[in-house]
Design a protein around this ligand. Structure first.
Ligand SMILES: Nc1ncnc2c1ncn2[C@@H]1O[C@H](COP(=O)(O)OP(=O)(O)O)[C@@H](O)[C@H]1O
Ligand SMILES: [Mg+2]
Length: 254
């Protein structure tokens, strides 16, 4: 992303001059308080919005729903919106199979007739995300943590190379949030996924990400790299985790 500016009303910019570069296989976190522009950033990566100024490339392709090349690669981007986007009245298995729709031919897809191997694949992923035995449960009956597992499974069913997740662990208790983050971290490493996750909690970002970008009022105010327990780079010099937490805490009080 190079010098990206975005506006919803062509007057006020909600993102201003954002530049970032994310390597394949990275676990990348975007952190910021409510209204800072995090969801907008993900929508730009997913081609749901196009920037007013600046350029975005994913594997040399510009994200834009009107771009045929991008539409072709869109199924390789697993996007989990903040609302999760599950269909309430269908089962766990049926929700997850939606991730395989792009692989079906027109007739199969119109009739939602999934080949046996896709159903087997869905079941494998169900067990991977810890939902075995809940295949036939309707989505609305699930707990918050289980709903997130379904949304992750549906995204994995796409066989994605990039996973975009918007505040997937916000509102969850500490233990469940860590279970969900570990699940994504495992999948990310095993499939060499590029995971780009939005959080409002700096702590969870520092725990799981290789890199963290902090967004404030539409600007990227800092970007840090994390290796093991130490922070290996910081754009303005040396800083430790405590100092970052302090800076961030001050931000959220305003
Ligand atoms: N559909 C929209 N129309 C107009 N303004 C929007 C829309 N979506 C978001 N905004 C505004 O853009 C800014 C950034 O929003 P958003 O990206 O959702 O932030 P975050 O995800 O960090 O909470 C906010 O000021 C928000 O009010
Ligand atoms: Mg948001």
């Amino acid at each position: 992303m190079n010098d990206v500016w975005t506006s919803y009303d062509s007057k006020n910019f909600v993102l201003e001059g954002i530049s970032l570069s994310i390597d394949r296989g990275t676990n990348y976190a975007i952190v910021g308080q409510s209204g800072s522009g995090k969801s907008t950033l993900l929508k730009l990566m997913n081609g749901m919005m196009i920037p007013s100024k600046g350029t975005i490339k994913i594997d040399y392709v510009t994200p834009n729903m009107n771009n045929k090349k991008f539409k072709k690669m869109l199924h390789t981007i697993g996007y989990i919106p903040q609302s999760l986007g599950l269909i309430k009245n269908i089962t766990v298995l049926e929700n997850i199979l939606i991730g395989a729709l792009p692989r079906l031919n027109t007739i199969q897809s119109l009739l939602k007739r999934f080949p046996e191997h896709e159903i087997q694949e869905a079941k494998r992923i169900i067990s991977l995300v810890g939902l075995s035995g809940k295949e036939e449960r309707k989505a609305y009956m699930l707990s918050g943590g289980e709903k997130r597992r379904v949304a992750i499974a549906r995204a994995l069913m796409q066989k994605p190379t990039i996973l975009l997740a918007d505040e997937i662990v916000s509102e969850l208790d500490h233990v469940t949030a860590h279970e969900i983050m570990n699940l994504i971290a495992d999948a990310q490493k095993r499939m060499n996924l590029t995971a780009i996750m939005v959080h409002h909690d700096m702590q969870i970002a520092l725990e799981f990400a290789n890199r963290v970008a902090v967004i404030k009022e539409g600007h990227k105010i800092l970007e840090i790299g994390i290796e093991g327990d130490s922070i290996v780079d910081f754009q303005t010099g040396n800083i430790n985790t405590e100092e970052i937490m302090e800076m961030y805490a001050d931000d959220t009080k305003k």
